[in-house]
Design a protein around this ligand. Structure first.
Ligand SMILES: Cc1cc2nc3c(=O)[nH]c(=O)nc-3n(C[C@H](O)[C@H](O)[C@H](O)COP(=O)(O)OP(=O)(O)OC[C@H]3O[C@@H](n4cnc5c(N)ncnc54)[C@H](O)[C@@H]3O)c2cc1C
Ligand code: FES
Length: 387
């Protein structure tokens, strides 16, 4: 028969863990529970589960991109690796959602983080950041997270950064870190933009290219002006070869919209770049998911299906992720990367069919037992799920 104290403890959050600790501790003549809480306190201080970030400054980078400087309102900002992102929660018209943004500032200082948000056609949260955000606003966030960063054990000393549009942001952080620390690394940053006036950080990167011999900056414009002196066209195999020479010497990092990273992946394949020399970060799901490889031909994307969750039934558009449909109905689940990678938004598919594009990092056991990543799963029939 458990004591009254044990009964009360077991009803508390983490109560069963505490009881297990006590049991093991009693057997070994030691109380591990106290250590466990102390460790958790320290971890929470170093890397809190939730960040509260206040807007300190807003800078126009181009007429369609802004940098937002954020400071912490609850302790100091966690350490991060250049290339990682934070996931910012936001509530608009009663709908709570979130979007990940790469940190564009240097990890060498943590008085603030900066994110740089660019406009996209038919944007939702990006429009909010560009048009409505003001100094003093406070956002909840999680992270820093993500695996898109330099790893000195596996990656080469020489790197090529291939960026498209807003995909320049993690590279800004990586570049600043390298030049500020005087690291013994050699970088080629190849940045694809439509025109010079919307190339984010162009002046700063041009200057860094002139002042640091190990940093080479190449702007490639697809819709150049008549008097343009940059390289023109797209970042294809010929362009890469011409700018860097032998691809085998480098680790490649690709970041930008899916269309751009798919295009660059093909270019690297044509150059026979080994797969393990390529790291890739895709900025968000494509809005025309119905054009993705493998999408069922009989659907055009604007169909509506039912999602059953316990005794609740909601409507969902085929071309919106299940996560977005849940958020529209104010049903909240854990989320971080929104790109199929972190697995925080995992749900069980009980019945029905979903479309999941390539690149979703499902585990073998997920596939076997019917788990899906709701941020990258699109309903293509009525479905039943469990959260
Ligand atoms: C790891 C990572 C890092 C990123 N870093 C950056 C960065 O540094 N800079 C940057 O600019 N971008 C970055 N992005 C992209 C960014 O997260 C957003 O996808 C981008 O800003 C566009 O957001 P959006 O809401 O405007 O558009 P989308 O994310 O394309 O969302 C539009 C979608 O929102 C949904 N929606 C529209 N209206 C509503 C509504 N009323 N209620 C509910 N849902 C609705 C619809 O499904 C619509 O298709 C990053 C993405 C990832 C994955
Ligand atoms: S939020 Fe990371 S996999 Fe869906």
């Amino acid at each position: 028969m458990p004591s009254l104290k044990d009964t009360i403890i077991s009803s508390m959050v983490n109560g069963p863990d505490v009881l297990l600790d006590r049991m093991v501790g009693t057997r070994n003549g030691r109380d591990y529970a106290a250590d466990r809480f102390q460790t958790r306190d320290i971890i929470n201080k170093i890397h809190p589960q939730r960040l509260y970030l206040k807007v300190l400054e807003i800078t126009n980078e181009t007429n369609i991109a802004k940098t937002i400087r954020l400071i912490s309102t609850n302790g100091y900002l966690p350490v991060f690796q250049a290339g990682q992102y934070i996931n910012i929660f936001i509530e608009i018209d009663g709908i709570r959602t979130s979007r990940p943004y790469s940190i564009s500032s240097s990890p060498k200082q943590r008085a603030y983080y900066e994110i740089t948000v660019a406009k996209i056609p038919a944007g939702f949260i990006s429009d909010y950041f560009l048009d409505k955000v003001k100094i003093g606003d406070v956002f909840k966030a999680n992270g820093p997270a993500g695996t898109f960063h330099y790893n000195p054990i596996f990656h080469k000393r020489k790197s090529v950064f291939l960026a498209g549009g807003s995909g320049i942001t993690p590279f800004m952080s990586m570049t600043k870190e390298i030049v500020e620390s005087g690291a013994d690394r050699e970088i080629h940053l190849i940045y694809g933009s439509r025109s010079e006036d919307i190339a984010i950080f162009n002046d700063e990167l041009t200057k860094l290219g002139k002042t640091h011999s190990n940093f080479n900056y190449h702007l490639v414009l697809s819709e150049p002006n008549k008097d343009c002196k940059c390289k023109t066209g797209f970042i294809d195999d010929k362009c890469i070869k011409e700018l860097i020479g032998n691809v085998n010497d480098y680790t490649f990092y690709l970041c930008g919209p899916q269309i751009m990273t798919d295009f660059c992946m093909k270019a690297l394949q044509l150059l026979n770049t080994p797969h393990n020399h390529i790291r890739r970060e895709v900025f968000g799901s494509r809005q025309d998911i119905q054009n993705e490889e493998g999408w069922p031909k009989e659907l055009i994307g604007n169909e509506t299906f039912k999602i059953t969750i316990g005794d609740k039934v909601i409507n969902a558009k085929a071309n919106e992720s299940i996560l977005t449909s849940l958020e529209r109905e104010n049903i909240r689940i854990n989320v971080c990367c929104r790109s199929g990678e972190c697995s925080l938004c995992r749900i069980k598919l009980i019945s029905g069919k979903v479309f999941m594009p390539r690149g979703v990092a499902l585990r073998l056991t997920d596939t076997k037992f019917g788990y899906i990543h709701s941020c990258k799963a699109y309903p293509i029939s009525n479905v039943e799920i469990r959260l």
